[in-house]
Design a protein around this ligand. Sequence first.
Ligand code: PLP
Length: 417
Amino acid sequence: MSQSTSSVFYRSSVPVPLAVRADGPYLWDAGGRRYLDGSSGALVANVGQGREDVAEAMAAAARTLAFVHGSQFTSPALEGYAARLMAFLDLPGYRFWAVSGGSEATESAIKLARQYHAERGERGRYRVVTRRPSYHGASLGSLAASGMGARRELYTPLMNEDAWPKLPKPDPAVDGAQDAEALRALIARLGAGSVAAFMAEPVVGASDAALAPAAGYYERVREICREAGVLFIADEVMSGMGRCGTPLAVRQWGGVTPDIVVLGKGLAAGYAPLAGIAASAEVYGTVMRGSGAFKHGFTYAGHPVSVAAGAAVLDVLEREALLDRSRTLGARLLDGLRDLQARHPAVLEVRGRGLMLGVVLGDPDTGRSYAVPGLAARVGRAALERGLITYPGSGAVDGVRGDHLLLGPPLSLTDAQ
Ligand code: PLP
């Protein structure tokens, strides 16, 4: 496929292959070349591709009830899915708000947090504290919340920076509870009465390759938020749905339960656009008892075909015990990566949980992850040429660049594959 004769608005001038077919963890391009999907796209295709049962469930939904608008109807597909999903995530009493993508979902969480406080008469709470680096989406609100300098720099004139204070990234080498004290100090400095929410990726994804804080961090974050009347939003768009070996990654920190959980990617595992938020009974109830309506909505929210895909993906996760698989295969892959680190000087660090794994690349002489421009992208391209798909990333944070690869094959990957 020649880019110059195409009508497609490509993301980049660097040509990408034309994918024509996929099965399980493999994709084929138009030239018949096979690729192993070592990153499930962008950690999305968690159950592998080409599943007849998922496709069949989507086709049945399209035949039965292709669309309803959320302001006019609900649907059996959405009602059934929401109940099942909240049970799967062990979030009793939580309510599921479905959208089509992760950016829509984080924006929904932010707006809900703001409205929750307004309903309680605390209209002064507008700030959303996040961390640097972080990635919460590409739309303007979710990008403003993100701590990724390079991606947001052009748009900062469109953002009220005062509303988006950032904490430094967690340091896994520091005691987690102590590390979290930075949040308490920041909220105190800003004035708790101005802060609506703290939002974090439990395991950092696109911006810092599977970075996770030490034990005790989110437990303390939970307490700090409660004490300050600030909602704790866990952005589990990448880390959730078994990717890290548990339904929610944040629960690996002492079983912590956030006020709002944001989900996406693995929900429908790439079969359909599906994301959403789960809001606690307190948050939902406050809005419903107050003004009576969440002042927000997207046309495709709760699309019957998407939620049918989500339900079929839950079937697969449960039937094939893929969360167990995420833990065992992830441990094995991490062992292999440790071995690679021992043998390859440019591999500075390997880390991760379940099948969300990060490889930090850099200059072996200085031990810094910024010395070789475009290193991750080059390694990613070289891997692709050899038939392996990875998810390379790089970013500048506080003037320090990091280069890394995210690895996250489908949870259904077999030993032979
Ligand atoms: N939040 C996190 C943690 C993500 O990793 C992403 C995407 O990578 C998003 C939000 C945005 O999701 P989407 O690209 O579906 O809009």
